[in-house]
Design a protein around this ligand. Structure first.
Ligand SMILES: [Zn+2]
Length: 380
């Protein structure tokens, strides 16, 4: 027997695609609050009649949006949180080189996968539940942050407050790979900056009076790179270095910006201690170390595994074999999982190329993903 929700959603697929197009064509780079706010307004219009909307100021970023859906079912207890973000990594005007288009069984365009399709799926999941009168036992709240792609500094308190009220968090980030695997764990992410102060001198006239910040930094980088422990899932990546002024000057200054990732929360502190206790090789140089973990890891908890099992069972009803995976990237789900709230991530679009010019969404996975979200809202 065909699944009722799935056939309903299939019948609405052209409208889902049209909404994804609308969302993609409203560009929303993290660093452009006016653009993000236009996107948020557009979405608020789409949600009107489906949900009660509130927006929260995002400081130097755009507004965060909270939508509480009106769904069938008399008595509601507890809350399910759907989590997403309105911002993208794509600069304003990217649409000119990467216009929204449908080709080769995919939708293409900036943010189509990460994560405008996920937002569209949730909206149509809610519509399906309403139009099919499928009761939902819990309050369903969508929180869309405006600064996820740049670390969520302004939205983190809001995410955590909403998560604490919730029994489960469903993250609308894209699935992993072309199979659309769900993400049950994510690495924690942080960054450090090491600024070296040396002593400038003429490289020809007074070489020995100089203390090269660049040489010092190079030796520190070698040491820092040694903090990587692939077996434990700890990586340390000096991603940006700068320093010096001219070839004939012993460099007085140099700095490195370093990305760190940990699988386990308990590895963050010892790593931090290693960074903090770095000592200069050349005593005439000084080091200033700043930074730390900004997203705690999402560890694969029992609560999350239980959510996964439910999702797998529901996906099987849709004829989909749903697998899980671990991600090296962070999302806002890291914050909710770290609070101990069962969090299932990667429920959004299936495709590839997030943050890359070939960002694209598989059209033939739109319906089952949307149906899965609807079924989860009804089942949890
Ligand atoms: Zn994302």
């Amino acid at each position: 027997m065909p699944d009722g929700i799935l056939s309903y959603i299939r019948s609405r697929q052209p409208e889902i695609v049209a909404l994804i197009r609308k969302l993609v064509e409203s560009e929303s780079p993290s660093g452009d609050p006016a653009a993000v706010n236009r996107f948020v307004e557009l979405l608020a219009d789409e949600l009107a009649g489906l949900a009660r909307i509130r927006t929260f100021k995002g400081g130097r970023f755009g507004s965060h949006l909270r939508a509480e859906f009106t769904l069938p079912g008399r008595k509601k207890s507890g809350q399910l949180m759907a989590l997403g973000h309105s911002d993208t990594v794509w600069a304003m005007g990217t649409l000119r080189q990467m216009p929204f288009r449908e080709a080769a069984g995919r939708l293409w365009g900036p943010g189509v996968l990460d994560m405008k399709s996920g937002i569209a799926f949730l909206l149509f999941a809610a519509r399906a539940l309403r139009e099919l009168q499928i009761p939902v036992a819990r309050h369903v709240v969508l929180l869309l942050t405006s600064d996820e792609e740049v670390g969520s500094e302004s939205s983190r308190p809001l995410i955590e407050r909403e998560a604490r009220r919730s029994q489960a968090v469903l993250v609308l980030e894209p699935g992993q790979g072309l199979a659309g695997r769900l993400k049950t764990s994510r690495k924690g992410v942080g960054d450090y900056t090491i600024a070296v102060q040396g002593r400038a001198a003429h490289a020809g006239l007074d070489f020995t009076a100089g203390a090269s910040a660049i040489l010092e930094l190079a030796r520190q980088i070698e040491r820092i790179a040694g903090f990587t422990n692939l077996k434990r899932g700890i990586t340390v990546n000096p991603g940006v270095v700068s320093g010096g002024t001219r070839t004939n000057v012993v460099a007085a200054e140099a700095r490195a910006e370093i990305d760190i990732r940990v699988v386990r929360a308990k590895d963050a502190q010892p790593l931090d201690r290693k960074f903090r206790s770095l000592k200069p090789f050349d005593k005439r140089c000084t080091l200033a170390v700043t930074g730390g973990l900004n997203r705690p890891p999402m560890e694969r908890s029992a609560g999350t595994v239980k959510l996964l099992r439910t999702a797998q069972k529901l996906a099987a009803e849709l004829g989909v074999n749903l697998e899980e995976s671990a991600s090296g990237g962070g999302s806002d789900g890291n914050f909710t999982a770290a609070l101990g709230v069962p969090t299932l991530d990667g429920l959004g679009g299936v495709g590839e190329g997030a943050h890359a010019p070939h960002e694209s969404l598989l059209v033939n996975r739109i319906a089952d993903r949307t149906a899965l979200v609807a079924k989860l809202l009804a089942a949890l």
